[in-house]
Design a protein around this ligand. Sequence first.
Ligand SMILES: NC(=O)c1ccc[n+]([C@@H]2O[C@H](COP(=O)([O-])OP(=O)(O)OC[C@H]3O[C@@H](n4cnc5c(N)ncnc54)[C@H](O)[C@@H]3O)[C@@H](O)[C@H]2O)c1
Length: 474
Amino acid sequence: MNRKEFLKRLGMLTVGATLIGADVPALAAQAVQEGTTKSPKSPKTHPDLDFAVRPLKAQTNKVVTAIIIGAGSRGTTYGKYALQFPDTMKIVGVADLNGFRKKRTAKAHNIPAENCFSDWKDVFAREKFADAVIIATPDNLHFEPCMKALEMGYDVLLEKPAAQTEKECKAILAQAKKHNRIVAICHVLRYAPYFIALRQAIHSGMIGDLVSIQHMEPIQYAHMAHSYVRGKWRDSNQTTPIILAKSCHDLDIIRWMVDRPCLQIAAEGTLMHFKSENAPAGAPKRCTDGCPHEATCPYSAIDIYVRRKRHLGVFDLPDKRDEAAIMEKIKTTMFGRCVYHCDNNQPDHYVTTMLFEGGVTASFTMDAFTPWGGRRTRVMGTTGYIEGDGKRFTVYTFRDNKKRVWQKDVKELGEYKHAGHGGGDHALARDFVEAVALQDPNRLSSTIDASIESHIIGFKAEKSRKSMKKVKIG
Ligand SMILES: NC(=O)c1ccc[n+]([C@@H]2O[C@H](COP(=O)([O-])OP(=O)(O)OC[C@H]3O[C@@H](n4cnc5c(N)ncnc54)[C@H](O)[C@@H]3O)[C@@H](O)[C@H]2O)c1
């Protein structure tokens, strides 16, 4: 990719910033003047790394209309973009089996009753009535609605993982090409200012040629218990293997940072801890059944949900401070189960190594047993090194023995304040709106081609883990 194309993919062509050297701050300042970026206070960011950040409002002269299919956590997140920028996107329909969520969404977006559906299939029983659909149903309900939406001429914002098998992923790609439609996969990290800047730093020349990457996804022990032991993604057969369900973002971001095809992958990983043989003596099926270990177990549902009030979105509670209501939920739902007595099969640690074209290597580690979530990344180049923690990264250059820091708190970036995933959620929505309005898939960095490629890396990783062999890609 030449420099011009690289800048274009980053959405920076209007800024025209040179990526290294003294002209970056000047051009960023010029961009501020031209209204292409806000001027965030970023006292800790070195001028050489002070890359411009695009505002969140889509640059279009049309309001894109969309239907939310699956109005849970993710569907609601993209809906909030429409509420923040109503002159760029409007939600005109909703489908959700859950009546509470359907009504909540209809009310928030003022959706007429005739455009409110229960099952996703009902949306497509009607003639096409919007530009796009947002598919945010569970993992096993991505493929069918996506194929149908494309056939009917909708553009699609599709939650990850795109589908449950490599074959289905390829079918979505083929269907998008056949009907000449835009499909944006929600690989939101690509849109987060932190990762955009990290990628720019890697390819700026500051660290010479990229040699290898070490990337880690710490899941955080309570998040692991909530989602991958007790919760909705605990069974890889009903959803997808955890390397896709949780970490397809990371394989995608590694592929994006390397910017070369992955040639082969090897993976290891097991479910070591969350199994019945590790249950402490006398642990009952539920934390609320008088467990003798409740006061000391880090995975106690009473501690996670009632005391710490974490992950409460799944309960649809009118008042999240109502401890009696939370207690009732953990007595009656899957989320109150003992983590050693669940029907889970996802590994709790997973390691992969990757070889890319040109000899670049990467290693990726997903770990349940960490106190915090987020991402940690180390990048090795021929003349420098970068280390980042998902919020701040430092570039070390060998010859001049200097270090330069990038640190921009997304909360300081004005309208990015309410966008999750380090700002990536709403920046993706912005690019999707622009792509649909202009009918230009290149507005997206997570194009369907790029996203299916990184999904395939995930499926090959799982094949490697199961077969205990390296697997070639492509
Ligand atoms: N991009 C990301 O970073 C990210 C983060 C979390 C989850 N996800 C993915 O987003 C998707 C949704 O996750 P979520 O956390 O919002 O889940 P959720 O359970 O909160 O929402 C899913 C919604 O789909 C509805 N639904 C189920 N079957 C339906 C049907 N037949 N027709 C219509 N609606 C139906 C459910 O009632 C629910 O409200 C999942 O595939 C998940 O893996 C992506």
